[in-house]
Design a protein around this ligand. Structure first.
Ligand code: CA
Length: 255
């Protein structure tokens, strides 16, 4: 028998839950339905699903509150959560993501979109989200504690920059196109524009400070994380010019 991914559907509207379950079954998933938070919690205590589809508007405890709770629980914190929401407001989406949801689907959604997003979070979970410490030169990233340090100093990163750095460190010295990064870091490139990658790469470089030069732009190809650059030392001579004297665009290299 095939190993079918388990999906826990937390949704109080039977018609929607049934529609989702039927589609999931037809596409090789094993759905379970919980119509309220108490049932959902019992399901989770019983067997961990591979993905949770979590409705925002539930009677009693809201989906948002459940997402926060499950993220804080060591048993469930690694299970990807997709929020189902009728709200299209950006502030609500941000609140959902802040609560620990991996992604959100705005109702009404197509089956195709739902399946794409479920597959995306499943892809994203492995192998980049396996816990452990990865190091490149003086740069260290710990996926268990979500801490990044450079030359022993903490580096503060947003969640997307953290995921991006995690992926780049685990696939170092290789060039990744924007499309590949969207696929492997964001999980799909159907719904997000490629320039989003550039924005997060820029933020990542800025957050890394002196180590930012390790994130190289490879013209016409994409990005790569490399130790084959001179990284200015933090320790030696504070106040020394932290440039490699190449000027703007100097970081770009031919593949
Ligand atoms: Ca609902």
């Amino acid at each position: 028998m095939r190993n079918m991914p388990r999906v826990l559907i937390v949704e109080d509207e039977p018609a929607i839950a049934e529609l989702i379950a039927v589609n999931l079954r037809h596409n090789g998933f094993q759905p379970t339905w919980a119509m309220d938070s108490a049932t959902a919690q019992r399901e989770l205590d019983d067997v961990l699903p591979d993905v949770i589809l979590l409705d925002w508007m539930l009677p009693g405890e809201s989906g948002l509150s459940l997402a926060k709770k499950w993220r804080a629980d060591p048993r469930t914190k690694a299970v990807p959560i997709l929020m189902l929401t009728a709200r299209g407001d950006e502030s609500d989406r941000v609140a959902g993501l802040d609560a620990g949801a991996d992604d959100y689907i705005t109702k009404p959604f197509s089956t195709k979109e739902m399946l794409a997003r479920i597959r995306a979070v499943l892809r994203r979970r492995t192998p980049e989200n396996v816990e452990g410490v990865v190091a490149m030169g003086d740069l260290q990233l710990d996926t268990a504690t979500h801490r990044v340090t450079f030359q022993g100093q903490p580096v503060k990163l947003g969640p997307t920059e953290f995921k991006l750095l995690n992926f780049l460190m685990k696939h170092a010295e290789r060039v990744h196109s924007r499309g590949q990064l969207l696929d492997r870091v964001w999980g799909d490139h159907v719904f997000i524009e490629e320039r989003t990658v550039d924005v997060h790469v820029k933020r990542l470089r800025e957050a890394l400070g002196a180590a930012g030069v390790m994130v190289e732009t490879v013209r016409g190809a994409g990005y790569r994380l490399t130790t084959q650059v001179t990284v200015p030392s933090l320790g030696a001579g504070a106040g020394a010019p932290a440039t490699n004297a190449k000027g703007s665009g100097g970081e770009e290299k031919r593949a």
